[in-house]
Design a protein around this ligand. Structure first.
Ligand code: ATP
Length: 513
């Protein structure tokens, strides 16, 4: 199946099974805004818990906060967002569609890379085991031609972005003959800057009201609380502050479902270090964060680092952790070495001294910062994309199963009486009433057992138990495993120990140690 079709199926599966709904659905939705349903919210909460606990429980020197979405407007002046949080936009006059100029050019670069990959794949097929990929890439004339075009475009694009040369960005689009995917024409407007922050007003009277912004990142809430936390928590450098919360960006192009939203959630951790040690910590956090992703067991080939060449105004090193989505490798998390930019700026704009007195060195300095920043929704999407599977069964049927890592699954155990009579529902409720304190259980008595299993497969429930007539005598149930579909008879008294260990967030956290 084409990857595009797989993605469409995942999107409709998310809606059909109560994971993600378009926002304001009965009013035909609101672009790039989504709601999480009864199963989605559980999966999302589990992702957040996995992240929070990996930060705050596993690190003695990391604490959490929850800062407000509304903040003093000067914060966004200090952080550079008012002046520099812009995307270059371009319109196509025929389709009236708006695009990000940088994304159009990056897609063009990706096209050259795809051409090279196709040549390599063809050659691999032709030469079989004898294929020397490195040599092929270095010598094949067609590959070299694509590579040269790609490199030239990349160099020109990087320079234009670094200088934010809007005329040059437009010229690249014209020279590369990039067309609008809707109208197919090259009738482009000039490239303009577009600030991504949403504005609103605070205060009840029109003249007394002042403009404030919906935060475009949670990080600034951490920086402006640095002194509060450091002092009240008696924190010693190096230490980190973690936060999970909503962020808002007026994205020019909303694409790919929950990948790019206008309202989304971030999990950010700012790690304050001694100046001069930031590169070591940057490397360390790159490793730590990749290990967090890999512990989910999707396979190391699903991830790659993408080091930034164009650095944000505040950074001296940056990398993304990209995940293999059905639409290519895409950023899920950013790790940035933010220098002392933010704290220094807030010191300047607030007039407060924001420093750390290092007792070992007997001097004060402005700490440097390593940031790890991951989008909850993008993480959710990556988990969904990897877990959605269609399996051909021996009887010729297809089952749709979400092979979610058990600790992230919305429901851990479905409790099913074989029939709705003979005391089986009562027995089932008795078991559920005991287990529900330990993990999320769902009672299911409608339809045949087969149909009930399918429903649970579709929402990724790792275990189901069936209560039958024998249960009333032997106190055993049939335990069915989602992935192997194997059924085993187990004592009710053993259920908790058998399941809890596999479905707890702790089991994931232990892999990180
Ligand atoms: P992109 O280049 O895709 O716009 P970014 O580099 O601007 O992302 P950051 O500012 O580094 O993103 O934000 C950190 C993380 O927040 C990203 O890795 C991503 O997971 C998430 N994120 C950013 N923008 C959005 C969005 N519009 N919708 C959903 N998640 C987002």
């Amino acid at each position: 199946m084409a990857q595009e079709d797989v993605f469409k199926k995942i999107v409709s599966h998310c809606k059909e099974y109560g994971f993600v709904f378009p926002s304001s659905d009965i009013y035909d939705g609101l672009a790039a805004v989504y709601d999480y349903g009864q199963n989605g919210v559980e999966l999302k909460n589990n992702i957040k818990q996995y992240w929070w606990q990996s930060m705050v429980l596993l690190h003695e020197n990391i604490v959490g906060i929850d800062s407000a979405i509304f903040m003093h407007p000067t914060i966004w002046k200090a952080s550079g967002h008012v002046d520099a949080f812009n995307d270059p936009l371009i319109d196509n006059r025929d389709s009236k569609k708006r695009y990000r100029a940088d994304v159009l050019i990056e897609d063009q670069i990706a096209k050259y890379e795809e051409k090279i990959d196709k040549e390599v794949a063809k050659a691999r097929k032709r030469f079989g085991d004898a294929f020397d990929e490195e040599k092929f890439r270095q010598t094949n004339p067609r590959v070299l031609e694509h590579q040269a075009k790609r490199d030239a475009l990349h160099a020109r694009y990087s320079e234009a972005m670094n200088k934010m040369d809007l005329d040059e960005l437009k010229q690249i689009i014209l020279d590369e003959e990039i067309v609008c995917p809707i109208s197919g024409t090259r009738n482009w407007t000039d490239v303009r800057q577009f600030n991504l922050m949403f504005k609103t007003e605070v205060g009840s009277t029109a003249d007394g009201a002042s403009t404030i912004y919906l935060r475009p990142e949670t990080a600034q809430g951490i920086f402006v609380n640095y002194l509060n936390v450091q002092k009240t928590g008696r924190m010693k450098i190096p230490f980190g502050i973690a936060q999970i919360g909503k962020a808002f960006r007026n994205e020019i192009v909303a694409r790919q479902f929950i990948f790019r939203m206008r309202e989304f959630e971030q999990m950010e951790m700012q790690f304050f270090v001694k100046p001069g040690t930031e590169m070591d910590w940057f490397k360390q956090w790159k490793k730590t964060r990749l290990a967090w992703h890999e512990a989910l067991g999707f396979g190391d080939e699903c991830y790659r680092y993408h080091d930034h060449e164009k650095l944000a105004h505040y950074a001296n090193a940056a990398t993304d952790i990209e995940f293999k989505m059905p639409f290519g490798f895409k950023e899920v998390e950013g790790i940035h070495s933010r220098t002392d930019f933010d704290l220094s700026q807030h010191a300047k704009f607030s007039g407060r001294k924001i420093e750390y007195f290092d007792p070992e060195e007997n001097r004060s300095y402005t700490p440097y910062v390593i940031e790890t920043s991951i989008g909850v929704d993008r993480m959710f999407l990556s988990v969904m994309c990897h877990s959605y599977q269609e399996e051909k069964l021996e009887n010729g049927e297809t089952r749709v199963v979400l092979k979610l890592p058990a600790p992230l699954a919305p429901v851990k155990l479905a409790v099913m009486p074989l029939v709705k009579k003979d005391g089986l529902p009562e027995k089932a409720h008795e078991i559920m009433n005991d287990l529900k304190f330990h993990f999320n259980c769902k009672y299911e008595e409608k339809d045949s057992i087969g149909k009930r299993y399918r429903r649970m497969d579709a929402i990724g429930t790792p275990y189901c138990i069936t209560i039958d007539h024998d249960t009333l005598n032997d106190n055993c149930v049939t335990l069915r495993d989602r992935d192997t579909m194997q059924q085993t008879r187990v004592a009710i008294s053993d259920l908790r120990a058998l399941i809890e260990d596999k479905v707890s967030i702790t089991s994931l956290l232990k892999k990180l140690q």
